[in-house]
Structure formats: C-alpha cells, structure tokens
Design a protein around this ligand. Structure first.
Ligand code: PLP
Length: 327
C-alpha cells in the first residue's frame, strides 16, 4: 500500500462525543464526530482532503491551486485559506448560486486573497477542459505553476483525508467501547464518502453501517461517483481491499428541490441542534443529512439498538449567506 505524503493543516483528532440532551429527548443513542472543528478558517471536511492534495502540489513545485465550486463553496473557501497559509495562490472558478451574495464563504475567499472567475453552470460543465487549459497556459506564461483539483478536492488523493479519518474515528469509538454503529453523513462530490468507505474496509470496521445522504444529485449518480473514486484509489495506491457499488448504502429523499435549496424540515433540524446542543449545522449539506438522521431516529430505525454517529462535515459560514432562510 502506498500511503501518500500529507501537510498538517487541520486540528486533529476532532472530538467525538455523545449528544446527551438530544439523545434524551429522542430516547436514542446519538453521537457526533465534530469535523466542523477541523479549524476556523479551515473548518469542515475539505481540510482533511487538502492536506494530501496540497502536499502533492508542493512536492511537484506548484504555487497555484485552481479549483471550482459555487460562489458559496466551503471547499473553495477552505482551499483559499489553505493557500494563504502555505503561501500559494488560489484561483477559484465559480458557478453562481442565487440568491447568495458576497457574504459567508465568498467574503472569506476575498479576505484570503483568492482570485475568482465567474462562469455559468452550463459553460463550466460543457467547456471545463478548454477553460482549464487556457487558464493554465495563461498562468504559466505569468511564471506560475498551477495544479487543478476538482470540486470538493474529490480526487483519489483527496480520499486519503477520510481514509485517515476512519482510522481516527475507529480509535475514538473503541475508546468509548463502541464497535457496532451507524454513521450518517452528507454526500455531494463524493470524496468524503469514498474515503470513509475505503477507510472502513482498511481499518477492519466491518461493524459500521455507513449511510450516505445525497444533498445534490440522485442516488445512482452518487453510487457511480463513490465507486469510481474507490476503484481509482484502490488502483492508484495499491490498497489491499476489494469493494463493489452494492456495498455503498444511502438514505434517499433529502435533496429537496435541489442542491443548495433549503427546505423547512432541514432548517427545523438545524434550529433544534443549535437550541438543544449549541452546535451549528449549515443549510446546504449538514442540515439535510441531519434531517435524514432525525427522521430515521424518530421512526425507530436508527439510534435504538446501537449508537448512531452523525459526521458533522462543517459549512457554518453558509448560515451567513442565507440568514433570511434560516430565520
Ligand atoms: C459542509 C459540507 N458537508 C458535506 C459536503 C459533502 O462532501 P463531499 O463533497 O466530499 O461529498 C461538503 C462539500 O461538498 C460540504 O461543504
């Protein structure tokens, strides 16, 4: 197995703790893994992936990271912050996200000195290769050495963030005397889910049931993407495991009307967790996944026979981009 190099950016291990007040109110056993606390500027799940992607960029002598997302992307903000910390330049290719303005993550991108370029969703998806090769050529002419990482840093190298996170979580669960559990998380660009799945297999955590909650696309899209990332990682890093698309489980029905379109039940869950545990979710990812967890717990399908762990993947700055939705 070829373990790649990493740069330390995140505050690890992030805490794992029981949600006592929520558990009591729902008569269930509910835990949380606080990856919202990987850092402040570098908060959320993306930091774990960037530790590997940016180590690779530095080793290759790159000084500029090009990546993409919506103008409220947590990944773009984390990339901008990581680049600022490492003395690199972030170039962010943005898709618009109405009605979010320049508050929230976009405000931070500007403070971290990221260069941003706006594209329509259609233009970026239809012409991505041409846009990237033109931009790379321009940057090289200016004497820069760019490296591209896709949305969410969801490339095989980025998956290592959650392969390592699985090891961290296993040790914490063992220390809490927990072996069998359910784990619930939001899934979008799929690197977190793929890494956690690979990490589960590599760490011998066959007693975990991982429930991926799509927040952007349909289950078939996510199953395909997670499987692709798993197969590419297994091949690229000679991982001594086998897996198939059927091993990946989902809780479906929580996208709502679409990506980044919040809905009432998810906002209700966000407000409940804030009020009862003083923990902040975000309206785009974690509130939807947490809504799935709450409904499964209330229906008696999770958190009764064994603990359920919510993987909090961060995103709190989005709350400041959609204050009217949240209130
Ligand atoms: C806060 C938050 N949670 C969850 C996700 C989903 O993670 P992934 O893109 O690796 O599926 C993202 C990013 O897309 C995110 O920003």
């Amino acid at each position: 197995m070829n373990t790649p190099e990493r740069i330390r950016l995140a505050n690890l291990p992030t805490p794992l703790h029981r949600l006592d007040r929520l558990s009591e109110s729902l008569d269930a056993d509910i835990w949380i893994k606080r990856d919202d606390l990987t850092g402040l500027e570098l908060s959320g799940n993306k930091v774990r992936k960037l530790e590997f992607v940016l180590a690779d960029a530095r080793r290759a002598g790159c000084d500029t990271i090009i990546t993409e997302g919506t103008c409220q992307s947590n990944h773009c903000r984390a990339t901008a912050a990581a680049c600022a910390r490492l003395g690199m330049q972030a170039v962010l290719l943005f898709r618009p996200l109405p009605p979010a303005g320049v508050a929230g993550n976009q405000l931070l991108d500007s403070l971290f000195g990221a260069q941003t370029m706006a594209f329509s969703r259609e233009d970026l998806s239809a012409n991505k290769n041409a846009i990237l090769s033109r931009l790379s050529a321009e940057l090289k002419r200016e004497g820069r050495r760019p490296r591209f990482t896709p949305a969410g840093a969801s490339e095989p190298l980025g998956c290592w963030g959650y392969i390592e996170a699985a090891r961290e979580l296993r040790d914490q669960l063992h220390a809490a005397n927990i072996r069998k559990c359910d784990i619930v998380l939001a899934v979008s660009s799929c690197g977190t889910a793929a890494g956690l799945h690979l990490g589960k297999l590599l760490c011998g955590c066959g007693d975990w049931s991982i429930w991926n909650v799509p927040v952007s696309d349909d289950v078939e899209h996510h199953r395909r993407e997670i499987s692709r990332l798993c197969s590419e990682s297994i091949e690229q890093f000679a991982l001594p495991i086998k897996t198939s698309a059927e091993d990946i489980a989902f809780i479906d029905g929580y996208v709502g009307e679409g990506y980044a379109i919040p809905y009432q039940q998810a906002i209700d869950g966000l407000r409940l967790l804030a009020r009862i545990e003083a923990i902040l979710l975000d309206p785009v990812y974690t509130a939807k996944a947490f809504c799935a967890l709450l409904e499964m717990v209330r229906a008696g399908n999770l958190g009764k026979e064994r603990p359920v762990v919510f993987l909090h993947t961060g995103g709190i700055f989005s709350n400041f981009a959609w204050p009217d939705v949240i209130l």
